[in-house]
Design a protein around this ligand. Structure first.
Ligand code: SF4
Length: 335
């Protein structure tokens, strides 16, 4: 069957870094996830990512510094205090320091992200940034993923040594979460105004969301001077009402990421970071959850994933790169 001419035209324009309109992205998402049109979108987006980052992948280790029953009460989240039966968790200083040292073992984890719940104590988070700064490999970029913030709070994070923040205006914000979308977007503006690099997101996507909802969520962050955007599927959580919808298929998620990658190929980020790649970042940047039990294995899996996906080099903490070869995987215990 011949490929749809209109889809091919839109995809070509994305490849050549022309601006795509939201309705064009929605059109591309009307095709099934295994269609020729979807396959071409995924292929072009992959090639674009590899080209833009010069085949250099990077790893971000994410450490949860506090969790437990969360007053945010997002209806899809396992930590929502309305349903979560677990205890509060706050990481101990010596454990955080040890994690930061372990993560830096091969100097090939470019950033560390500290994640909290919605009731985070900002003073505590700033102190934890200091601990990571003191114990991580020199040059490691520190990001935070925390609650909505006022302008002065963003400046405090910056002064404490944060490089950036993950902050998204989620799909269903204000309806499925306890936060106003305007407040989420205002926090992104406050973060960028404070000089922090913001990674935003389109999440948590479920199979029931329409293409229009996904595209709208993406376009509202596209002109907010963010560094990157991550695109995530929602994890089904037993006990939440969204569990019944299940999880978006990997192929459909790949198609969405591809379309959004091509839609933002023209984007000029506020900071020119070496080997950044495209605005939709999660192909060349692997996030590895780091905890005491599985952290090391997840870093090893992150190296293998980048290797398996054809990235030829890995970004180090000093912005140099190392060849991501089979030998390197063996040297780092990753195979
Ligand atoms: S704010 Fe974050 S941790 Fe809290 S309920 Fe919402 S998604 Fe979960």
């Amino acid at each position: 069957m011949p490929i749809d001419a209109k889809a091919a035209d839109i995809l070509s324009r994305g490849w050549y870094k022309e601006k795509l309109e939201p309705h064009e992205c929605e059109y591309l998402l009307t095709f099934r996830e295994k269609s020729s049109e979807a396959n071409l979108a995924v292929s072009l987006a992959n090639r674009l990512v590899h080209k833009e980052c010069s085949d250099v992948g990077q790893i971000c280790a994410e450490i949860t510094t506090s969790s437990g029953p969360c007053p945010g009460n997002c209806r899809f989240c396992r930590y929502a205090e309305a349903s979560y039966m677990g205890k509060f968790f706050d990481i101990e200083d010596n454990v955080l320091a040890r994690y930061a040292e372990e993560i830096g073992g091969f100097s090939d984890v470019r950033s560390i992200r500290l994640t909290t719940c919605a009731d985070a104590d900002l003073g505590e988070l700033c102190r934890q940034i200091g601990i990571v700064r003191d114990h991580a490999k020199r040059g490691t970029r520190i990001f935070v993923n925390t609650r909505d913030l006022q302008a002065d709070e963003c400046r405090r994070l910056k002064e404490a040594g944060a490089y950036g923040a993950y902050h998204s205006c989620r799909i269903g914000e204000g309806k499925d979460t306890g936060f106003k979308p305007e407040k989420r977007l205002e926090t992104i503006s406050n973060l960028t105004a404070a000089g922090l690099q913001v990674i935003s997101g389109v999440e948590p996507i479920g199979p029931e969301h329409s293409s229009k909802e996904i595209v709208e969520a993406f376009y509202r962050i596209l002109d907010m001077r963010c560094l990157n955007a991550e695109v995530y599927a929602r994890e089904p959580v037993v006990g939440t009402e969204f569990n019944q919808y299940g999880k978006l298929s990997p192929a459909r998620l790949a198609q969405m990421k591809a379309v959004l990658t091509l839609a933002s190929s023209w984007y000029d980020p506020p900071a020119r970071i070496q080997y950044q790649g495209t605005f939709v970042s999660d192909q060349n940047c692997v996030i590895a959850q780091y905890d005491g039990k599985t952290g090391k294995e997840r870093l090893e899996a992150a190296r293998r994933r980048l290797f398996n996906n054809g990235f030829r080099r890995l970004l180090k903490t000093d912005d140099s790169t190392v060849e991501l070869s089979l030998m390197y995987l063996r040297q780092t215990g990753s195979v």
